[in-house]
Design a protein around this ligand. Structure first.
Ligand code: ING
Length: 300
C-alpha cells in the first residue's frame, strides 16, 4: 500500500464581473475544507481564476489581457501559496498565462507542500475553430487565445508521488495518457471547462457527460493510473458547462463523484499501488506493447 489523499475542488461558474480576490476567497474555503480532511494534494479546474473567455470573439486578443496572469505567483493568488506552506498541503490550478515575451498559454501548475511550484503544463490539444462564427450561441476560440503548449506532457515528483497534468480537451486524446504512462505516472490530474455542446456541435445532451467520463475512465485504465478530473461548471455569463468532477481508479471505476454544479470538494484516500497490478500484468509494456508497429501514430 502507498496511500495518498487526493482532493478535487470543483468550481461553480466565474462571471466576468467576479474579481480574482473573490475567486481566490472561494478557492481558499475549499482548500481549508480539503486540508481539514487530510488532503495531500488539492486540484482546482482549468482557467480557475476567470470566466472561460475564449467563448467570446475579440478581433484583437490583447483586449483580453485582463484574463491572463503575467506572473506566478502574484498578489491575487499569493494567499493560496501561503496556505499551502502553512498547512503543508499541495495544490494545482489552471490559469491563462501571458509570458514576458508575449506568448499565451492555457496553463496548469503543481505546487508542493512547501508552497513551491514543482510542475507546469501548457495545454497541447486546443479544441474549437479558427474563425469567428457570428451566429453561433458561443464561440470556442482557444486557438486564437492560446498557443499549443511547448512543455510536452510532463510527470513531476510531488513528495515521492509521480503527478502528471492534462487540461480539458487533452483528456479526449489517448496519446496524452500514454505519454504520461510511459513516464510511470501515478496520478493524472485534469481540470476542464466543458460546454454543453462540442464546438459547432449539435449532439444529444447526455453525450457531453458520457464522453467526458468515458475519456477519463478509459484513460485511467489504459494508463494504469489514478485520474482526478475536476470541473469549473454551471452557468458562467449565461453559458452552461457540465460538471462531472470525479476520482477514478486505475481499474477505470469512479470511486467518488460530484453530482452538483456548485463549489464542491471531494476527497479520497487512494492506494497508489492499485495500478501496479495492471502495469505488471495486462499493460506490462516490455512484453505486451509493440511500439515498432505504432509508427503511424507520430508520422501523421
Ligand atoms: N472544452 C471542451 C472539451 O474538450 C470540447 C471542448 C467539448 C471539444 C466537447 C470537443 C467535444 O471538454 C475545452 N476547454 O477544451
Amino acid at each position: 500500500m502507498r496511500m495518498f489523499t487526493l482532493a478535487l475542488a470543483q468550481m461553480a461558474g466565474i462571471n466576468t464581473e467576479d474579481t480574482r480576490e473573490a475567486v481566490v476567497g472561494r478557492m481558499l474555503a475549499m482548500f481549508e475544507k480539503a486540508a481539514a480532511g487530510g488532503a495531500d494534494l488539492v486540484v482546482f479546474p482549468e482557467l480557475t481564476l476567470t470566466t472561460f473567455f475564449p467563448r467570446t470573439y475579440r478581433e484583437d486578443v490583447s483586449t483580453a489581457d485582463e484574463y491572463y496572469e503575467t506572473a506566478m505567483p502574484n498578489p491575487a493568488v499569493q494567499p493560496l501559496f501561503d496556505f499551502a506552506k502553512e498547512h503543508e498541503v499541495g495544490f494545482s490550478f489552471g490559469y491563462a498565462e501571458l509570458t514576458e515575451d508575449g506568448h499565451r498559454f492555457n496553463t496548469q501548475i503543481l505546487v508542493d507542500k512547501t508552497g513551491e511550484i514543482v510542475g507546469k503544463y501548457r495545454k497541447i490539444h486546443l479544441p474549437g475553430h479558427l474563425e469567428h462564427i457570428p451566429d453561433a450561441p458561443y464561440q470556442h476560440l482557444e486557438k486564437s487565445y492560446f498557443e499549443v503548449g511547448d512543455l510536452g506532457f510532463g510527470v513531476f515528483d510531488f513528495h515521492g508521488v509521480e503527478v502528471g497534468m492534462l487540461i480539458c480537451n487533452d483528456r479526449r486524446w489517448p496519446e496524452a495518457y500514454r505519454t504520461l504512462a510511459l513516464q510511470d505516472v501515478d496520478v493524472i490530474v485534469i481540470g476542464f471547462n466543458t460546454p454543453d455542446q462540442s464546438p459547432g456541435g449539435d449532439e444529444q445532451p447526455h453525450l457531453a457527460m458520457f464522453h467526458h467520463l468515458l475519456s477519463c475512465q478509459a484513460g485511467a485504465y489504459q494508463s494504469s493510473a489514478w485520474v482526478g478530473t475536476v470541473a469549473k461548471c454551471g452557468y458562467e455569463d449565461g453559458h452552461h458547462m457540465i460538471g462531472g468532477t470525479a476520482i477514478i481508479a486505475p481499474t477505470g471505476e469512479i470511486v467518488s463523484r460530484v453530482f452538483d454544479e456548485k463549489d464542491s470538494v471531494i476527497l479520497s484516500d487512494i492506494d497508489l499501488t492499485l495500478g501496479d497490478f495492471y502495469k505488471n500484468g495486462t499493460f506490462r509494456y516490455e512484453i505486451h506493447r509493440r511500439p515498432e508497429t505504432y509508427g503511424l501514430l507520430t508520422e501523421r
